[in-house]
Ligand binder design. Structure first.
Ligand code: SF4
Length: 330
């Protein structure tokens, strides 16, 4: 049985809107709306969905870079939502983030040497000589040469900048790295280099990743399990093979139908979703997907479906499968 590193329970991140004169919220943007999942040690857990579905907000909430509105985040058996800011700062050594845009996340005024050394200084790791040696080791691990350390971010290509971002995330020897669309801004040829690098580092250092992406074909190459998000909610979680061969949720089925198939002999029917994604400040009652779902039923417009284990190791939030859940529990 796999050991879990992170357990997220009923996490919510709501942003108040239309503050009145008396500072009273008139409504909320429900960016993350009651999600529950766990991540096992050493696995790569994918979080996918269209832009605005709440996946990046989830990533930042897990590190408390933004404060969750409610819910629990258990990291190695400790609920980190209860930690003070100072305690959380220390705990963040073990939980790092790699951002989508390596250029804007690297300080343009600092050399790579300084960028990589900074987390070590902030956390009081080693003396100057030890830190210099650690920085050279980090550069080497991500495939940068010693000569690169004296250069500035603008002197690198996108792929090299992402290597610097990964090296910075590794500096404090974290256990968990949240990679927020780490390859989306890169050319396809460079994407696979960065993904290969991340996989090599994972086996070398026993890392656990949460890999956030909107592109299901990228996730297929790196993730062990995948959670699909829609309008702030998780609609399906399973291992990647099941997700790609046997998706259950109508939203996942539609997303996958749009992924190009490399084998020309395999023909698949594209499911075109009607309508726009509703605003998270005004999500439909019941199932959030009911305004676009090709299989919508009356119950979907009234009752929010719970995320249930519809098959062993396969969780789905959809009224279509509630009969299967009863059979499984019988
Ligand atoms: Fe479609 Fe209803 Fe399932 Fe939602 S609960 S995905 S609307 S069938």
């Amino acid at each position: 049985m796999s050991e879990s590193l992170l357990e997220v329970k009923s996490l919510k991140k709501y942003y108040p809107i239309n503050k009145s004169f008396f500072n009273k919220a008139q409504g909320f943007v429900k960016a993350v709306d009651d999600i529950t999942f766990s991540v096992n040690k050493g696995e790569t857990f994918g979080l996918v969905g269209e832009s605005g579905c709440g996946k990046s907000t989830t990533g930042r909430s897990l590190l408390r870079l933004i404060e969750p509105t409610a819910g629990e985040i258990w990291f190695e058996g400790q609920d980190i939502t209860k930690l003070s800011m100072e305690e959380m700062r220390k705990r963040r050594r073990e939980m790092q983030i790699v951002f989508q845009d390596p250029f804007s996340s690297l300080d343009p005024r600092n050399t790579v040497q300084r960028i990589l050394e900074e987390p070590l200084i902030v956390h009081g790791v080693g003396n100057a000589k030890e830190r210099r040696a650690a920085v050279e080791r980090l550069a080497d691990v991500v495939g940068l040469a010693k000569v690169h350390l004296q250069r500035y971010p603008h002197q690198f290509s996108g792929g090299q900048r992402q290597r610097i971002g990964i090296a910075r995330a590794l500096a404090l020897q974290p256990k968990l790295i949240i990679a927020d669309e780490p390859v989306s801004a890169l050319d396809v040829s460079i994407q696979s280099q960065v993904i290969n690098l991340m996989q090599d580092l994972q086996s070398e250092f026993g890392l656990t990743y949460i890999f956030i992406a909107h592109d299901l074909s990228v996730v297929k190459h790196i993730c062990d399990r995948v959670a699909v998000m829609y309008l702030g909610r998780i609609v399906e979680i399973t291992d990647k093979d099941k997700l790609y061969s046997h998706p259950l949720h109508p939203y996942t089925q539609a997303l996958l139908s749009a992924v190009p198939e490399p084998d020309p002999d395999i023909r698949k029917e594209r499911i075109i979703l009607q309508g726009e994604v509703p605003s998270p400040s005004n999500a439909p009652v019941g199932c959030a997907f009911n305004t676009r779902c090709p299989r919508v039923m009356d119950v979907c417009r009234n009752l929010r479906p719970a995320l249930l284990e519809t098959e062993p190791g396969h969780l789905t939030a959809c009224h279509l499968y509630e009969g299967e859940v009863k059979t499984l529990l019988a």
